[in-house]
Design a binder for this molecule. Sequence first.
Ligand SMILES: Cc1cc2nc3c(=O)[nH]c(=O)nc-3n(C[C@H](O)[C@H](O)[C@H](O)COP(=O)(O)OP(=O)(O)OC[C@H]3O[C@@H](n4cnc5c(N)ncnc54)[C@H](O)[C@@H]3O)c2cc1C
Length: 325
Amino acid sequence: MRIAIIGAGLSGLTAARRLRAIAEVDVFDKARGPGGRLATRYADPYQFDHGAQFFTAHDPLFADFLTELEDAEVVARWYARFAEMEHKRIIATREWDDTYVHFVGAPKMNRLGRYLSEGVSLHLETRITSLRQEKGWMLKDENEQLYGPYDWVICTAPPEQAVELLPSDFAHHARVSATRMQGCFATMLGFAEPLPLPFDAALIKDADISWVSVNSSKPGRDTGFSLVVHATNKWADANLETPMDQVKAHLLAEISDVIGHDVHQADHCAIHRWRYANIERQEGDAALVDTNLRLAACGDWCVQGRVESAYLSGRAAASAIEEAA
Ligand SMILES: Cc1cc2nc3c(=O)[nH]c(=O)nc-3n(C[C@H](O)[C@H](O)[C@H](O)COP(=O)(O)OP(=O)(O)OC[C@H]3O[C@@H](n4cnc5c(N)ncnc54)[C@H](O)[C@@H]3O)c2cc1C
């Protein structure tokens, strides 16, 4: 059996790792490296996890998976000084500890994708643009190159993009086309001298930014002092098409106001726009599988915008295909 997986994020790689026991699996990703939103950017001497910030485990299956990753030293515990803020006022603080563990990729978030793709047949910088059924599934990339035939295809692209790839007779087409993700802007700031902040991670209410991480405080980061700041999904969605210089001007002013330090003086500043960053909790199946067409769609967006959800969705897609095989 041959299976193609579109997307080398956590959901796609989780499915690939399970299914390679019963099939020949090829994973395709348009990016230069695996990991999807488990992402890291570099600007020497700074490093930024500009997508997922940390993850926690509620489901025992995900907790077991994290035990494997912790043993392999691919994830580590982040004992952050955490603050909750209302705009610029700290309203609560606590230290993260082992009673409710907050994990991060180690020594950087994109280490997970690299680890999970070891031994997986990976086609990077390969954007799949269409699927066609022809004695099995054929995939075409943006350079018109064909791959296949495959017995099954799993698509882990965000729903707004998956809907373009999946045929209209896909059994779950209506659900995919009705699902919308939210955007985000990640501001990455590097400083020659550390800022004396009273927290390593802060959740912010009543502002256009929702999150501040001192990225360099995460375990194993031997880098210059670096901050990652996320805009609220609401502000991002309203400004996805705003020119980047205006986005930058607004976010730098907002960050300076909230954290009480003028960040216009940062040694390094970059902003990444995530058009499809996050999604609220969804009802229904954790993976959308059509056993007649032998097509599946999965990803965090089937469950909730969480690393754990991506794992559970990829696993659910693989289990359904194992059962159908
Ligand atoms: C700013 C931000 C902050 C976040 N913070 C947290 C957090 O603190 N905690 C938490 O638990 N979660 C967080 N998340 C969510 C978390 O990152 C995701 O839940 C998880 O990484 C999703 O994995 P996935 O495999 O479902 O999707 P992705 O990681 O998005 O993988 C999908 C992959 O498909 C590829 N792809 C798409 N279309 C094509 C195509 N046509 N051809 C080839 N490849 C394609 C993409 O390049 C991508 O690599 C955050 C996400 C963002 C963006």
